[in-house]
Design a protein around this ligand. Structure first.
Ligand code: TRP
Length: 329
């Protein structure tokens, strides 16, 4: 059994792309691995969030992941800041991390470009904190998207460096958890590219049905086919891609045929698509609302998660301290 660690950003609601992409794989993966999922609230501090929103953001993200199917009885689900051992490992690792390599990180360079007024040390050492998250549980696997590959590569480098420096075989070098062909990419409703928060083209699990219908009805299409069996333009192909994920094969076949006969009415397609999306999201939205108001359940989940996470975290930190030469008087 592999140990998997995955950090979840503490801001932003889940959209269909998240749900049908990584999240469904997480839900499956839980049963085959020893999984640690945590809400990365320390990481969010790099952008100086309003203290009035920090907790509600964590709570919303946690409720959404639980509602979507992460199971606290199967996985270790916790809030990063509930496991303070990570900050100690972060400090210790930082002693062997060089300013030059941090400055060369793509995500850091991008932040410097985007927010030159707030280039803080937390931003610079973001990769060390992420490495600490992963190494704290001696993970072998980390599910990461393209944008996080460099961070994972740095984690491997830091693990190797630690092992070499102290002449131990202590930290495993974690590799990317590969979902292979199972990772479905959901396009946005704006005609091109994938669904994303920053793109503003998403349908969210927490959206009300009326909002979903509105968004889908406004989705970009084209003038409609003029010749039978013509190739679909990207915006139309995108609607079919989403339809294939949320609708029955019969529904997909029906609209394919209409398209191929040049009889398609995009209004009908969109109405059906909206209803089938609502059928997926509405029950999850209901569960999110239920979980959000269940103080006791949420408290129980994070307490249980923190306890389990602190078990392996404190063991690692104690061993690392010993390797580095700290001794009790
Ligand atoms: N940096 C990741 C992101 O932006 C979140 C993250 C923090 C993470 N720590 C992690 C992911 C550890 C995997 C493992 O998405």
């Amino acid at each position: 059994m592999e140990t998997v660690v995955s950090g979840i950003r503490s801001t932003g609601n889940l959209h269909l792309g998240n749900y049908f992409g990584a999240l469904r794989n997480f839900i499956k993966m839980q049963h085959e691995n020893n999984c640690y999922f945590f809400i990365a609230d320390y990481h969010s501090l790099t952008t100086h969030p309003d203290p009035a929103h920090l907790h509600s953001n964590v709570r919303q993200v946690l409720s959404e992941y639980l509602a979507a199917g992460l199971d606290p009885e199967v996985s270790t689900i916790f809030v990063q800041s509930d496991v303070p051992e990570v900050t100690e490992l972060y400090l210790l690792l930082n002693m062997h991390v060089y300013i030059g390599e941090l400055e060369r990180t793509s995500s850091f360079k991008e932040k410097v470009r985007k927010q030159p007024e707030n280039v803080n040390a937390g931003l610079l050492t973001y990769p060390t904190l992420m490495a600490a998250d992963i190494l704290l549980h001696k993970a072998n696997k980390v599910p990461v998207g393209k944008d996080q590959e460099q961070h994972l590569e740095m984690t491997r480098k830091f693990a190797r460096r630690f092992n070499t420096m102290y002449n131990v075989e202590y930290f495993p070098e974690p590799s990317a958890y590969n979902f292979g062909s199972e990772l479905i990419k959901i396009p946005g409703l704006d005609g091109s590219g994938k669904m994303g928060k920053s793109e503003g083209n998403g349908v969210y699990l927490f959206d009300e049905p009326t909002a979903i219908r509105k968004k889908v009805m406004k989705a970009v299409t084209d003038q409609g086919p003029t010749e039978p069996n013509s190739v679909k333009a990207e915006p139309v192909e995108n609607l079919f891609t989403i339809l294939k994920v949320v609708s029955s094969p019969d529904t997909v076949a029906f609209f394919e045929e209409k398209y191929n006969n040049c009889e398609i009415r995009y209004g009908d397609l969109k109405k059906q698509l909206a209803e089938d999306i609502v059928a997926v999201t509405a029950p999850i939205r209901e569960r999110i609302l239920e979980i959000q108001k269940d103080e006791e359940y949420l408290r129980k989940v994070v307490k249980m998660g923190a306890e389990k996470a602190r078990e392996s975290a404190s063991k690692t930190v104690a061993e690392v301290r010993e390797i580095m030469g700290f001794k009790k008087f």
